[in-house]
Design a protein around this ligand. Structure first.
Ligand code: ADP
Ligand code: MG
Length: 670
């Protein structure tokens, strides 16, 4: 069987319709996705653990000798075989095999086996259910798994496609040889099927290189665009701009003025602008976008402002129209649900729909992308392709990127930082709430509700299902709150919380819209929601943000969520409620109590990510590397140098790279 990278996983033998669904939920749709679903860790069966060192619940390799065997039946009639085994440590263990009636023929008394599995404590006994017996020692990958898709299944599926899938090398051969990197397929084999841990290490290094290489190649490509492509000239009379600025309901901060000025300088230079605006939540990025759009309108061109969600788009449309009332700009909303007349508008505020639907507005001078991470290189290119002249781009991100890192990653692009906040900003009182202080917190919520203010309660999930990883601290799934259950509980146990409403991603756009309108009108006191949606809502009357299972969120995300309150005059609160048994992850939360500035938190976040951490960093604005570490500045710097040298030698490469779609070949960069 031959697979193309974008073939569906349903072509893989053993992947039935149910499994397809489960895989899809994990984000695995294609053969390519499958091949880039990397192991979280490995079990080195050539190095088995003595039983006295084994931690319960974690998959491990052990080497044991069979002492006795019994066939049994459960109360429900299921047959199983129990093998009492031991090693030199003297700790007793029972291997339990279900539905393998012949296993006792294999496991003769006195024979020694290497087996893999997670040992559990059960009624005072150590039990290893359904162990995998190995004929020879090997290194076994452990994949992040989910309900319905086990690590073993993933291993099997990957084994089936890894040899026959079409895999293209994305680092040019000459460079690959110079860097002593294996071909892409070999690299994937080293990662998925290492024979030794040294293999695994080599594979991981190669993948890290490819990720960083792809990232810097994209940067090089943007840079070339900047240098080579003419941008439309946006030049406005200074007096006119002054008037618009004076008509705003507030005075701009020095930082805001600087960004507007720098962007205008770019845009009137005749070169193309691709500026990254990095500013903390609440630092006032929207008005910057609005002012630039007004300038563009003044020269007779249109601007597009892209927001990550429907609700944010609506909100931006309203805000921008209000801010630019004096400037006389016409604003149209263009989303999946609402399509206002874009042809007669100066500013089109929209969501992805702008890119995907047959949106064919011409004469676009500027594209502003709010929360850059949700829009990939490809989508931006698609927007660009619809224009005669490429529009200028301002990408805004609220995740403060530590300066040291930004310098390595983005120094060659135009980057602005908005560090200061508007003067009237308050410090949000932030607290970690252990179980014994919940009463106190609930008292505060009741008090705020009674005073007519609003409260957010964030839960990680809608339903109890998500990708989890073996080897993570085991948290009882019952401890993970869901929007619907929590809303129900609050209604029942806390009538003093007033009207409790729930908002989640599964709701239709229209329903969300209607609900948010009610929230804005003050008809809802407590809004229980998931974090992924509508984080940007501007609700000055909200004074409390409760985050349940807080340690399950990234610091940057928590900081963003916290920024949803404290927008009005009243003192605001952010309560971080850790999961019972949440483990050492709770420690991280202290950074939020300690630091107020997102830049400080980002710096701390970077420090806290240990070297062994394989999880992708899903942070706005930053590349979502799976293997390369953003903490390893030296490595990033080196790859950047390699790319620069290569591009100097092959000036046409970055464009070819983009055209061949190679940049999107690496997951996370798309
Ligand atoms: P973000 O950077 O998170 O997108 P917003 O643009 O939503 O921030 O701004 C947050 C709030 O601050 C808005 O209510 C906005 O009107 C207000 N704001 C922005 N700039 C200023 C300023 N210079 N002075 C006072 N308030 C401001
Ligand atoms: Mg914003």
């Amino acid at each position: 069987m031959h697979y193309r990278a974008h073939d569906s996983v349903r072509l893989v033998p053993g992947v039935g319709p149910k499994t397809v669904e489960h895989l899809e939920r994990m984000g695995i749709r294609s053969v390519f996705d499958l091949l880039h679903w990397f192991p979280r860790r490995y079990i080195d069966a050539s190095n088995p653990l003595p039983l006295n060192l084994v931690q319960f619940g974690f998959p491990v390799a052990i080497r044991v000798t069979v002492d006795s065997l019994v066939k049994k039946r459960t109360k429900r009639g299921l047959s199983f075989v129990d093998a009492e085994v031991s090693d030199d440590s003297g700790v007793p263990l029972t291997l339990r095999f279900f539905n393998q009636p012949y296993v006792d023929k294999k496991l003769t008394i006195g024979s020694t086996w290497t087996c893999v599995g997670a040992i559990e404590r059960f009624h005072g006994q150590n039990i290893l259910p359904s162990p995998v017996l190995l004929d020879e020692p090997q290194v076994i990958p452990v994949y992040p798994q989910t309900k319905g898709v086990t690590s073993w299944m993933l291993q099997k599926f990957i084994r089936q496609v890894i040899n026959d899938a079409e895999i293209e090398d994305i680092v040019p051969d000459s460079l690959r040889e110079r860097e002593e990197l294996p071909p892409y397929r070999d690299m994937l084999r080293l990662i998925h099927q290492p024979v030794s841990m040294a293999d695994e290490e080599q594979g991981r290094k190669a993948m890290a290189f490819i990720e960083a290489f792809s990232f810097f190649m994209n940067v090089a490509q943007s840079q070339q665009l900047q240098v080579r492509m003419a941008g439309s000239i946006i030049d406005v009379p200074v007096e006119w701009l002054k008037n618009v600025v004076e008509s705003l309901p507030f005075e701009l901060t020095a930082g805001q003025k600087r960004v507007v000025w720098d962007s205008l300088t770019d845009m009137k230079s005749g070169k193309l602008m691709t500026r990254l605006l990095n500013g903390d939540v609440g630092s006032g990025k929207t008005v910057v976008a609005a002012l630039l759009a007004a300038c563009v309108a003044q020269t007779g061109k249109k601007s597009i402002i892209l927001a990550p969600t429907e609700i944010l788009a609506q909100q931006h449309a309203k805000t921008v129209a209000e801010l630019l009332k004096t400037a006389g700009c016409r604003v149209a909303l263009w989303t999946a649900a609402t399509k206002e007349d874009a042809d007669s508008a100066d500013i089109i505020v929209g969501t992805h729909a702008v890119i995907h639907d047959n949106f064919a507005v011409k004469n676009v001078g500027l594209v502003v992308v709010d929360e850059q991470h949700r829009f990939g290189v490809k989508q931006r290119a698609a927007l660009r392709d619809k224009q005669e002249h490429p529009p200028h781009v301002l990408a805004m991100t609220a995740t403060p990127i530590p300066r040291t890192l930004a310098l390595v990653l983005f120094a060659d692009l135009q980057v602005s930082f908005l560090k200061e906040k508007p003067k009237n900003r308050q410090v949000i009182h932030t607290d970690i709430i252990p179980i014994n202080r919940r009463r106190e917190m609930e008292g505060r919520i009741a008090q705020e509700v009674a005073a007519g203010r609003q409260v957010f309660v964030l839960c990680p999930l809608i339903e109890k299902e998500e990708v989890f990883t073996e080897g993570e601290p085991v948290v009882d799934p019952k401890e993970i709150k869901t929007v619907s259950k929590e809303a129900e509980r609050l209604r029942k146990e806390h009538p003093e919380f007033g009207r409790v409403a729930e908002l989640h991603g599964r709701m239709k756009a229209k329903e969300k819209e209607a609900l948010m309108a009610e929230v804005k009108a003050g008809k809802v006191d407590v809004l229980v929601a998931t974090s992924v949606i509508e984080v940007g809502v501007d609700l000055p009357n909200a004074t409390v943000m409760v985050i349940e299972n807080a340690e399950r969120f990234g610091l940057a995300q928590l900081h963003q969520l916290r920024g949803r309150v404290g927008r009005g005059k009243e003192q605001s609160y952010c309560f971080l409620c850790p999961t019972i048994g949440g483990g050492p992850a709770i420690e991280r939360l202290k950074a939020l109590v300690e630091y107020e500035s997102g830049f400080d938190i980002a710096e701390r976040d970077l420090e806290l990510r240990g070297p062994g951490d394989l999880t992708g960093i899903v942070q706005s604005g930053l590349p979502d590397f799976k293997m390369a570490r953003l903490t390893d500045l030296e490595f990033l710097q080196r790859v950047k140098g390699v790319v620069q040298t290569y591009v100097e030698e092959h000036p046409e490469f970055p464009v070819q790279w983009q055209e061949r779609g190679l940049s999107s070949a690496v997951a996370g960069l798309e």
